[in-house]
Design a protein around this ligand. Structure first.
Ligand code: IMP
Ligand code: MG
Length: 179
């Protein structure tokens, strides 16, 4: 598995430090609010589980599942909701947590989808952002790292559902997906 990685972009230590910072910022800005963190399955699971443990104020968790990529490494531009939230978000201060924002299409769709549900606020936290690839303009309140336009795996990010369990974020060798 590690042999398919060309280069480690973000080490475990670097990720952990950044998540501490994000958790601290969220804890300060959401103190006294009804915080609900919504993880986008499956990529954000590892990020969310580390993030909420660095949030020191009460916070609920819920999950949604969307599909936008199928098994290829390019976005199809088509977003489907595979699993909706379990609970109402009415009156809550919602933060949607993503692993990575690429074109922005998935999150634009998700925010629109949740907008009609009377949340008090809806914001976005993403561990990674690829600004060079953005196709739609979305407001992202918290960004962990801006990353280059490479296909990344690890720390939740997959290629064809593999590599999510790598503890770091790495660049996938082109030979793996250009077969
Ligand atoms: P967007 O809709 O183009 O912003 O795509 C967002 C989703 O695409 C993310 O939640 C990831 O699941 C996936 N994605 C985008 N770039 C990468 C990458 O480099 N590696 C793995 N998954 C990615
Ligand atoms: Mg994702």
């Amino acid at each position: 598995m590690v042999n398919d990685v060309q280069e480690i972009l973000l080490s475990e230590e670097k990720i952990a430090l950044k998540i501490k910072e994000l958790g601290k910022a969220i804890s300060e800005e959401y103190a006294g609010k009804e915080l609900l963190v919504v993880g986008v399955l499956k990529g954000s699971v590892i990020f969310v589980s580390d993030l909420v443990r660095n949030i020191s104020i009460p916070c609920e968790m819920d999950f949604m599942s969307v599909s936008s990529y199928g098994v290829s490494s390019e976005s199809s531009g088509v977003v489907r909701i595979l699993k909706d939230l379990d609970n109402s978000i009415e009156g809550k201060d919602v933060i949607i947590a993503e692993d990575i924002i690429d074109s922005g299409i998935t999150l634009e769709y998700l925010v629109d989808f949740l907008k009609g549900r009377n949340a008090k606020s809806i914001e976005i936290v993403t561990l990674l952002s690829k600004p060079a690839r953005r196709k739609v303009d979305i407001d992202v309140k918290y960004v962990g790292f801006e990353v280059p336009d490479e296909f990344l795996v690890g720390y939740g990010l997959d290629y064809a559902n593999k590599y999510r369990n790598l503890p770091f974020v790495g660049i996938l060798k082109r030979s793996v997906y250009e077969k």
